[in-house]
Design a protein around this ligand. Structure first.
Ligand SMILES: Cc1cc2nc3c(=O)[nH]c(=O)nc-3n(C[C@H](O)[C@H](O)[C@H](O)COP(=O)(O)OP(=O)(O)OC[C@H]3O[C@@H](n4cnc5c(N)ncnc54)[C@H](O)[C@@H]3O)c2cc1C
Length: 477
């Protein structure tokens, strides 16, 4: 296996870089240790496309957040990813908080965030009636939005693969050897030879950089726990509701998701274990208490699941996006904590600009197609559209997931797309089958049958998330 460029990590950062590189006449691969894309931090975050007033002016975070927000609308359209510019509030509950709100407004002005305003209690309550009566004012930023982070990631990979990038799943980088003009990557799938490495390995990006010979930064995981509520609670608020940030992050938010649920969280806890995404009683209690401060009225009996994600907090304090000064040919894209999702389109643009300064020929391909084949989402269709699609393909007339109205047609389609689903969770992330109130209780056995049939494997070979996570282990009498 011989490549011009190998991208390590198929999170949102690596995936959008892969898509950007698929414009050029290069042999590119994206290498992921897990059995699907978006299995790291890109599947467990607040899903906010931030306006860009939080980050310190002149930082890379500030610059790339604002640019990423600007690019997101077009990218979401090209990749057929639902994205809503709902706007965000930072609430103030006292005069001290108001000072913070005004500081964020000043940062926003310096960072070129458009159309923000500082508003009083009455204006906040008019826009968001369920906000706490304790609020005294707020910063409102209309350009903030909500998106599905894993759908953005997997659609970018799908489009990159469609344009010639190779996706190597369940391929873990174990070691890296620098040769004179190239690298040899030792992986669980054998050796890969590559001229350049783009290190987008999230919380592991310090380990990858060190394997290649650069130990100039460390990544410290900071865990954030969340609660997701049923769609019945989805319109408790219409916008993203933040509290003033602290040195541990942006605080506990209350937000609708792009799919109509209500999301509460995250906590912020520095931990050592890069694999610890457990949720805890203490963490989730903090989430409820913190969220109630902003919005007292949500019903906690409508919680359908909890999850946690790890922020890749760097020792440098900003995104680390540059060619290593110690190892020629290694481009680190590290420390991509929040606002990494928002910045991701701008990060890919920035990486291409770095490559342009290096000894690499970037010839644009005529065949490049930025448009991902649109997804047919049955739940969003009107009666006539539903009748037509069922006539065209009767599999769309068979509802598999009743909570989220997902049809057999959609599940079959997601399995056969480029970089398609190979396991139960991959189908869930692509179609929402299993994301609803029953969390897969009804549809999971049917999805297992469809996966087995379409992938031509036996049902006991179907896994939840790759590796040895087989779902069926034998037969009862
Ligand atoms: C609690 C929380 C809330 C957040 N909220 C927001 C938000 O609202 N808005 C926002 O803009 N940002 C937010 N972020 C930040 C955002 O989620 C991240 O910036 C983004 O997801 C980082 O993506 P990534 O691709 O860099 O990393 P990841 O998604 O972690 O991807 C890295 C990939 O590398 C793979 N990998 C690692 N080691 C190896 C190896 N040895 N071999 C092969 N593959 C490997 C991993 O399996 C993983 O898939 C939040 C983050 C957290 C944790």
């Amino acid at each position: 296996m011989n490549y011009d460029i190998s991208i390590i990590g198929a999170g949102v950062t690596g995936s959008l870089i892969a898509r950007e590189l698929s414009k050029y006449d290069l042999k590119v691969c994206i290498i992921e240790k897990e059995a699907d894309v978006a299995m790291g931090t890109s599947k467990a975050n607040s899903a906010i496309i931030h306006a860009g007033y939080d980050a310190k002016p002149k930082s890379l975070k500030a610059k790339l957040n604002v640019r990423g927000n600007e690019l997101m609308g077009d990218i979401a359209k090209q990749l057929d990813v639902p994205f809503k510019r709902v706007g965000s509030f930072v609430l103030a509950f006292n005069e001290e908080d108001m000072k913070e709100v005004n500081k964020l407004y000043e940062y926003g002005i310096k960072n070129n965030v458009p159309d923000m305003k500082v508003i009083n209690k009455e204006e906040v309550k008019e826009m968001e009636p369920n906000i706490s009566d304790e609020v005294v004012g707020a910063l409102f930023a209309p350009t903030a939005g909500i998106i599905c982070p894993y759908e953005l990631t997997l659609s970018a990979v799908e489009n990159a693969v469609q344009n010639g990038v190779e996706l190597l799943l369940e391929c873990e980088i174990k070691d890296i050897h620098k040769q004179k003009e190239s690298f040899v990557l030792d992986t669980t799938k054998g050796e890969i030879s590559t001229k350049y490495i783009i290190n987008a390995a999230g919380v592991y990006s310090d380990i990858i950089s060190k394997m290649a010979g650069d130990d100039s930064f460390t990544i410290n995981p900071r865990k954030g726990e969340y609660l997701l509520l049923d769609k019945r609670q989805g319109n408790v608020v219409n916008t993203v509701i933040f509290q003033p940030p602290s040195n541990m992050g942006k605080g506990i938010l209350v937000t609708p998701t792009v799919d109509g649920n209500l999301l509460l969280g995250p906590t912020a806890e520095n931990i050592d274990d890069k694999e610890n995404i457990s949720t805890t009683n203490t963490g989730l209690s903090k989430v409820i208490k913190g969220a109630r401060k902003s919005v007292p009225s949500f019903n906690v009996r409508d919680v359908i699941t909890s999850f946690a994600g790890l922020r890749a907090s760097s020792s440098v304090g900003d995104f680390v996006i540059k060619e290593s000064y110690k190892v020629k040919g290694l481009i680190n894209v590290a420390g991509i904590e929040s606002p990494g999702l928002s910045a991701s389109p701008a990060i890919s643009e920035y990486v291409i600009n770095i490559l342009k300064t290096m000894d690499i020929s970037l010839q644009e391909k005529e065949s490049y197609n930025p448009i991902r084949k649109p997804v047919k989402r049955f739940r969003e269709m009107n009666k006539e559209e539903r009748e037509n699609i069922i006539k065209e393909n009767p599999l769309y007339g068979n509802i598999i997931c009743r909570c989220e109205t997902v049809t057999e047609g959609e599940i079959v389609d997601c399995i056969h797309r480029p970089a398609g689903a190979k396991n139960l969770d991959a189908v869930k992330r692509r179609t929402r089958a299993g994301m609803g109130r029953c969390q897969g209780g009804f549809c999971a056995p049917r999805v297992v049958e469809i996966l087995a049939r379409e992938l031509n494997i036996s049902k006991d070979e179907v896994t939840k998330m790759g590796g040895n996570s087989n779902i069926l282990i034998g037969k009862t009498k």
